[in-house]
Design a protein. Structure first.
Length: 203
């Protein structure tokens, strides 16, 4: 198939709502719908790229693996089961596994075979998948409770993988303002996540 490209006009990073993702994947699986795939590509490709670079991949490798993941989505959309995981979880798991495979092929002397990130992913547990879905719902509710000025910066930092300096450049905010708003957001998130039982108060 070659390198996968988003079809149609770019959407400037338009966020796809979680409730729309299953329908878009279904359209790709059922109808090979290129517009549906383009929306998913535009949403996930930059996020996967940023995630892979945070795992230590260089920009070229991150782009290559991202292309492989999106190719997998195009070819195997029918294998996605929304009852077992969210689409984001499914794609990030594929990206992580492809990254691990690449590291193993390189057989680098610096590669630590005992690195936890290189251990194979555990088999899917239906009960764990349900619990993960509930946690994702609670996390979304916590995020939605942030002030808009903080939520925008959190999305840029975690979903788009931008550094504080990059966020300041994109938003036009002073770097100190970006740092202070993110600090406030993280403090608020932590307290809310602890109250919701998503993380331990001592962790």
């Amino acid at each position: 198939m070659g390198r996968v490209r988003a079809c149609g006009p770019r959407r400037g990073g338009l966020v796809v709502r979680p409730e729309d993702m299953a329908e878009l994947v279904s359209r790709v699986a059922r109808d090979r719908d290129r517009q549906a795939f383009a929306r998913l590509f535009d949403h996930f490709a930059p996020r996967l790229n940023g995630y892979l670079q945070r795992l230590g991949a260089d920009s070229g490798t991150a782009e290559e693996v991202t292309q492989e993941v999106m190719t997998t989505l195009w070819r195997k959309a029918d294998q996605f089961d929304p009852s077992r995981s969210s689409l984001a979880t499914w794609l990030y798991r594929i990206a992580r596994n492809r990254r691990i495979d690449g590291l193993r092929r390189d057989r680098s002397d610096s590669l630590d075979p005992n690195d936890p990130s290189l251990l194979p992913a555990a088999a899917a547990d239906p009960l764990a998948a349900v619990d993960l879905g509930r946690r994702e719902e609670r996390l979304k509710a916590v995020l939605d409770g942030l002030p808009e000025e903080q939520l925008v910066l959190v999305r840029l930092a975690f979903y788009d993988g931008l550094s504080h300096s990059d966020i300041a450049a994109r938003t036009g905010l002073p770097l100190g303002t970006v740092k202070s708003r993110l600090r406030l957001a993280f403090t608020r998130l932590r307290r809310s996540l602890e109250a919701a039982g998503i993380i331990d108060a001592g962790g």
